[in-house]
Design a protein around this ligand. Sequence first.
Ligand code: FES
Length: 104
Amino acid sequence: MLVDDRRVNACLTLAVMHQGARVATIEGLARGEQLHPLQQAFIDHDGLQCGYCTPGQLMSGVACIAEGHTGSREEIREWMSGNLCRCGAYTNIVSAIEQTAKEA
Ligand code: FES
């Protein structure tokens, strides 16, 4: 999740610690029926398999793009490190982030 546009591990923080902050989660990423461009890119590039890691990957990917850490696939991998995918969809996740960053 994002707290004031910064990445935070949702499982390691308490909501009460962020009173008054702007909290963004996967539920707020789409605009009604319109998917966020990164959500669409995950679909386009098969950036998921079981979907367990997908909310975290998407929120971190959104931040990665906003932070400007998308100069190369290696840079994206570095700044997305720590987001584990037990299905091994990393290559396609990087492709989705790369595409979205280019179109932004
Ligand atoms: S898609 Fe299954 S853990 Fe990432």
